[in-house]
Design a binder for this molecule. Structure first.
Ligand code: HEM
Ligand code: HEM
Length: 192
């Protein structure tokens, strides 16, 4: 059976033109919660470096960031598989292109931002540990280019992603509150 036929028969699991399935919704809202933690930890690091809140939230920045990286790859693959039967975006060609470009940029940054930090961690001579599991031991050879790329771009692109997400949320609320269409309902409640 082709992937398309399976998707047509399982609109609760897969995405359909009427709404997002349970997998896309779980990834979307679960990862939104992880991003909320991630940007809280980053903002506290920048604005209140000596606070107890910063110590608490920053303690999991690497673990949650690495988790987002793995989920973002899975979500990208799931998105590609479901692309032919996802809900249509926008009323005009311009809106459709803008929405697709925005979502593509969100997907790309969800992978690139943590990837740059992970490569930096692998490229320095310290241990790289995620959720207590040592993935790279300390004392390896230092790769100055990987460290420099992470230093130059991880924080900067991280804040660019935060801005993009803020715009994305404003657009979702605009659809719901001003246009009063089903855009938000399709991501909240799934197919109807
Ligand atoms: C999508 C996931 C991630 C997001 C959105 C994110 C976001 C950010 C942001 C916005 C900053 C800048 C904070 C500041 O201005 O002080 C930052 C810093 C940092 N992040 Fe992440 N991060 C993510 C994943 C990771 C991962 C996986 C690691 C480690 C492997 C990591 C390690 C660091 C470190 C060490 C810093 C401080 C140095 C720097 O600014 O580059 N982050 N992160
Ligand atoms: C309160 C927070 C959020 C709201 C209200 C919201 C709302 C929505 C809505 C309504 C859609 C469906 C759009 C459509 O049908 O074309 C959507 C899709 C999407 N959202 Fe969000 N969103 C939020 C947070 C986030 C965050 C933190 C990210 C992370 C980067 C994100 C990334 C995406 C992506 C990539 C899509 C396309 C579908 C997919 O690949 O999962 N959203 N969002």
């Amino acid at each position: 059976m082709s992937a398309e036929t399976i998707a047509e028969r399982r609109p609760f699991v897969f995405d359909s033109p009427d709404g997002f399935g349970i997998v896309s919704r779980a990834l979307h809202w679960g990862m939104a919660a992880l991003f909320a933690w991630q940007f809280t930890s980053a903002a506290l690091r920048a604005l209140a470096p000596d606070s107890a809140a910063r110590t608490f939230f920053w303690a999991y920045h690497v673990d949650i960031g690495a988790t987002i990286f793995v989920l973002a790859i899975a979500r990208g693959l799931w998105g590609l598989l479901n692309a032919p039967h996802r809900p249509a975006e926008g009323d005009s060609t311009f809106e459709r292109i803008a929405a697709q470009f925005g979502q593509l940029a969100l997907h790309a940054l969800m992978i690139v931002v943590p990837l740059l930090a992970i490569l930096r961690s692998i490229g320095n001579d310290r241990a790289f540990t995620v959720w207590g599991v040592e993935l790279v031991a300390a004392g390896g050879e230092k790769n100055a280019a990987l460290v420099a790329a992470g230093n130059a771009a991880h924080g900067l692109l991280g804040w660019a992603l935060a801005l993009l997400i803020a715009g994305h949320i404003v657009m979702a609320l605009f659809h719901h509150l001003v246009r009063r269409d089903a855009t938000l309902a399709r991501m909240l409640g799934g197919p109807r």
